[in-house]
Design a protein around this ligand. Structure first.
Ligand code: ZN
Ligand code: ZN
Length: 300
């Protein structure tokens, strides 16, 4: 297998690599349970060649990750898992090695945060008609400080504190559920907008777990992935526990057709999910191309 994409010959890996980098990891800066330093320690223990920090919709953990990586000598890529939408399909995209000071990408993140805050406030207004809940009571439930976006988990905690439900899960099965009449979808940029924005910020952009049927009843179609490739998409995360064998075959075929990189990552969340750090990897040849394309250097 292999083809020529522009100047660089890239051999698409047909099998998951047995060694390499884990470039899809979450920390306490989004919904992971470990600090960036804890992530770097764990990467050392697993004997990874390198690791990437990719918290949801933020780069607030980069500073701590760089400090830990430089101190320990664990190679690091800086990235973000960006939530996007393609029509009604929710799409996660890994943006790597982009310039965080780029106005367009910084603006995209702050717009998303502002719209999400308004959305959560509107949901609370709807619920306040039926439950003893106020925006102030929801804000009191935010224990993570300013690093987190107030969202449905905090509404759930406020309903528990008010005695409406016994625990968060019960609240999520009730008023907080995506099926309830109070629900408003999470505002997100379009997938096309994310591709264009990450490219303009000098980064590398990859669709995360594009074949994960547990996340989406409808997956991106071949044509939709082709449209993202035309817009500048760099790769597809093929090696991910959510992509079953039939989807991996399809995604490899699409990577050949559109000249896309093939990456892998564990989607590690510390103790928050069963995913083990290093359970899926990206090979060195692919990492080299990512590093060549990105405006930020890897921390070596
Ligand atoms: Zn994801
Ligand atoms: Zn993830």
């Amino acid at each position: 297998m292999g083809y020529d994409s522009g100047m660089t010959h890239y051999e698409i890996p047909g099998e998951p690599p047995e060694e390499g980098w884990d470039i899809h990891c979450h920390t306490v800066f989004s919904d992971g349970t470990r600090t960036p330093g804890g992530m770097v320690d764990q990467a050392l223990r697993c004997g990874l060649n390198g690791v990437a920090i990719t918290d949801h919709d933020t780069n607030a953990g980069w500073h701590d990750a760089v400090a830990a990586a430089s101190q320990s000598g664990m190679p690091l890529l800086r990235g973000t898992e960006i939530t996007a939408a393609y029509g009604s399909i929710s799409v996660h995209m890994l943006g790597l090695l982009y310039d965080p000071a780029n106005e367009r990408i910084a603006g995209m993140f702050s717009t998303t945060r502002r719209k999400r805050l308004l959305r959560t406030q509107h949901m609370v207004e709807r619920m306040a008609k039926d439950f003893p809940i106020t925006w102030e009571k929801v804000e009191q439930q935010v224990k993570e400080g300013s690093r987190t976006t107030v969202g449905r988990p905090h509404i759930a905690d406020a309903l528990v504190a008010a005695g409406v439900y016994r625990n968060r899960s019960e609240a999520f099965a009730g008023a907080v559920s995506a099926q309830s009449k109070y629900y408003i979808p999470t505002p997100s940029p379009t997938a096309l907008e994310v591709v264009e924005t990450v490219k303009q910020a000098g980064g590398v952009v990859i669709v995360a777990h594009p074949g994960d049927r547990r996340r989406n009843s409808t997956l991106l179609s071949d044509e939709q992935i082709g449209a993202l490739a035309d817009a500048g998409l760099d790769g597809l995360e093929v090696w991910h526990r959510g992509n079953l064998p039939d989807q991996r075959r399809r995604l490899l075929e699409l990577a050949h057709r559109y000249g896309l990189l093939v990456t892998g990552g564990s989607d590690w969340h510390g103790d928050g999910k069963p995913n083990a750090l290093g359970e899926n990897l990206t090979d060195e040849a692919t990492i080299r191309l990512i590093a060549e394309r990105g405006v930020l250097p890897p921390i070596a």
